[in-house]
Design a protein around this ligand. Structure first.
Ligand code: PLP
Length: 354
């Protein structure tokens, strides 16, 4: 039986993407060779890379606006340093909204001066700070659109006077935004896009080339752009699978259609958390994430019963991160609404048993 997969990442991918990707591992394009056996310089794979890069810009509404899409390696965690290497000359402003923001700050501090424009650390990151200033003379402003661990999400973004850099690892392609507000967006593939192994970077070319430091080749966005995202051997399987997911999103009607589905799923989930007295949401209501709903069970005596019921219903990946505890329902793009309905039914059945 296929389980209801609420895993925070790596996480659920569309079934049709998995089927096509597994076919390509055996026989890519019906050419008699596996995707994993062919040269990344072959026309067949170059076409995949080009299609994936073009689809990213198309879905984000960034075609013809001076942006380039790259599929790099090293995870979003490498971007924490790579962003600073390419953009940090004197000082940068960071919004500290969780573990991943804090890690981004730590890496950038290796290179230069970082100023935290605001932080919600004192409240174990259960809200998104608002009303902060972004100094005009800084090099860039960095934020995290969705805090995977704590279940908070930025609902709006400041009008930044300097390039805005955003870690969108856990909500990329999940909702419509004015993506042209951002100078650079990055996202590890393993939530809304594909398997672990590639990281999407979307960068506005004119923000690059302004720092005086020498940038090592693999860390240099300009070099990757010049090489068509093929400076070295790309993670072919991760890029191909990401391309299939991007096609799937386009086929559904683009980000707008996905957002409507995601809103329905989140609304079902949060209604149950709010109405069922056995459960309590972790994050402030106005900042709740549409991707990761974090909540606790109020009565410890019911924990074993609840977890047995979850298992019997085929629900997987619901454990909360250790820094929050409780449960986390990750409702990424590919999670069917039926999975959320099943979880909500189990939660309400627990209430009737209590
Ligand atoms: N940023 C966010 C918001 C994340 O959720 C994660 C991983 O869960 C990361 C960064 C780190 O990503 P990676 O494991 O690709 O380095």
């Amino acid at each position: 039986m296929k389980k209801h997969n609420f895993s925070a990442g790596p996480s659920i991918l569309p079934q049709e993407v998995l089927l096509k990707a597994s076919h390509a591992v055996i026989d890519f394009n019906n050419e008699g060779l596996s995707l994993l056996e062919i040269s990344h310089r072959s026309k067949s794979f170059v076409d995949v890379m080009e299609k994936a890069r073009a689809l990213v810009l198309e879905l984000l509404g960034l075609e013809g606006k001076g942006y380039k899409a790259l599929f790099l390696q090293g995870g979003a965690s490498t971007q924490f340093l790579m962003v600073a290497m390419n953009l940090l000359e004197k000082r940068a402003g960071y919004l500290n909204t969780g573990t991943w923001s804090a890690k981004a700050i730590k890496e950038a501090k290796l290179l230069d001066d970082i100023y935290e424009v605001a932080s919600s650390k004192e409240a174990n990151y259960n809200y998104i700070p608002k009303g902060y200033d972004i100094p005009e003379d800084y090099d860039y402003f960095h934020c995290t659109s969705n805090n995977t661990i704590f279940g908070t999400q930025m609902k709006s973004f400041p009008d930044s006077p300097i390039p805005m850099v955003c870690d969108m690892s856990s909500d990329i392609f999940s909702r419509e935004l004015d993506f042209s507000k951002f100078g650079l967006i990055y996202a590890g593939a393993q939530k809304n896009m594909g398997p672990a192994g590639t990281t999407l970077v979307v960068v506005k070319e004119d923000i690059l080339g302004k720092v005086s430091r020498k940038i090592p080749s693999m860390m240099d966005y300009k070099l990757h752009i010049g090489a068509g995202s093929m400076y070295n051997t790309p993670p072919v399987f991760a890029v191909y699978t990401s391309m299939l997911t991007l096609e799937w999103i386009k086929g559904l009607g683009g980000i707008k259609a996905i957002q409507e589905l995601n809103e329905k799923k989140a609304s079902l989930m949060y209604s149950e958390i709010d109405l069922n007295p056995l459960f309590k949401g972790f994050s402030t209501k106005e900042d709740r994430s549409m991707m990761n709903a974090t909540f606790t069970l109020q009565n410890d005596n019911l924990k074993d019963t609840f977890e047995t019921m979850l298992k019997e219903a085929g629900i997987s990946g619901l454990n909360g991160h250790r820094s929050v505890g409780g449960y986390r329902a990750s409702m990424y793009n590919a999670l069917p609404i039926e999975s959320v309905k099943t979880l909500v039914e189990v939660m309400s059945e627990l209430e009737s048993k209590a």
